[in-house]
Design a protein around this ligand. Structure first.
Ligand code: GYE
Length: 308
């Protein structure tokens, strides 16, 4: 009877999809939400996820990608810490016939066929939205010059380069809006605080506006502003990007003026693209996430709807 056992022979059973994912790190609330979204989506869909945390270092990502190639995963996905320096390792993946999906951050490569799809936000547009908000705000005090200090994200990363560019574009031509200092805070609270302390020491009360490339740096800087005896959100206008819960709390407390949304919940879409690629379907080269802008006035009403 044993010879007639029913069931699918192991060799014909649908194999679970295996994705190797190299994450940037755990530098911000945004990143934590992004990691949770990807892990949850994989679990829900029965995808085997090999997850590697690069701790904000490109060399760790290169190592992780090489190890995914050696393990012959079905798909490699990663959120590149920085934009450049990927040609060699991505060529290795291509030669091994393993498709690569970029999530969240972009790369600069000489050959665009080195990846199949890029899922993530339009960071230049986010920077523009931050700048446009300030241009509107400036109209309330048309005669005043507003001195801006900028906390940039990780040096060489797509969101830092693009958010700087978009913001500059939006305020260009407005002689009353001046960026007087700009430095990296590496997307972390601790660094945001530290660099803001230095800005305050150097410029003191000359600072009218803080533009931070993410909420975490803004939250760190808010602490520095308070410790300097000033009122964030009032003495210094604070603008940031991401739209994490911590930003909504800061807005409700009157310490942050606006956050531009950047959606980290990319897990379900990533799983879909990976399945399509492996299933031989055509996938879009670029998938842009939908996002809005939340000024402090709507923070309390929107807070219960926030998912990250
Ligand atoms: O804005 C920041 C994070 O790449 C969009 O990285 C992401 C950025 C996000 O650390 O908080």
């Amino acid at each position: 009877a044993a010879a007639f056992t029913l069931g699918v022979p192991a060799a014909f059973a649908a194999k679970p999809l295996v994705i190797g994912f190299s994450q940037v790190g755990a530098e911000s609330e945004w990143r934590t939400a992004n990691t949770v979204s990807i892990k949850d989506a994989a679990k829900k869909e029965g995808v085997t996820l090999k997850f590697a945390d690069a701790q904000q270092k490109q060399e760790n990502q290169v190592k992780a990608i090489r190890s995914f190639i050696a393990q012959r995963v079905d798909v490699i996905a990663f959120s590149p810490v920085v934009e450049s320096g990927w040609d060699t390792v991505l060529l290795e993946a291509k030669r091994a016939k393993i498709p690569v999906i970029l999530t969240d951050r972009a790369v600069k490569v000489s050959d665009p066929s080195l990846y199949v799809s890029f899922l993530g936000s339009d960071f230049v547009e986010e920077g523009r939205r931050a700048g446009n908000w300030l241009v509107e705000r400036q109209k309330k005090t048309p005669d005043a010059v507003l001195n801006i200090v900028e906390l940039q994200g990780t040096v060489g990363s797509a969101p830092a380069l693009d958010r700087k560019k978009g913001f500059e574009e939006a305020i260009a031509g407005n002689a009353k809006l001046k960026v007087i200092r700009s430095q990296t805070g590496d997307f972390t609270r601790a660094k945001g605080k530290e660099v803001m302390e230095a800005f305050l020491k150097a410029e003191g009360k000359k600072i009218n506006v803080l533009y931070a490339h993410n909420d975490d740096m803004a939250i760190g800087a808010i602490q520095a502003i308070e410790e300097a005896g000033l009122k964030p959100g009032k003495d210094i206008i604070v603008i940031s990007i991401d739209g994490v819960k911590g930003a909504f709390e800061a807005m409700i407390a009157g310490k942050l003026n606006v956050t531009v949304e950047c959606n980290p919940l990319l897990g379900p879409q990533l799983m879909q693209i990976a399945r399509d690629v492996v299933g031989g379907k055509a996938v879009p080269k670029r998938v842009v996430t939908q996002e809005s802008v939340f000024p402090a006035e709507v923070a309390a009403k929107e807070f219960p709807n926030r998912k990250y």
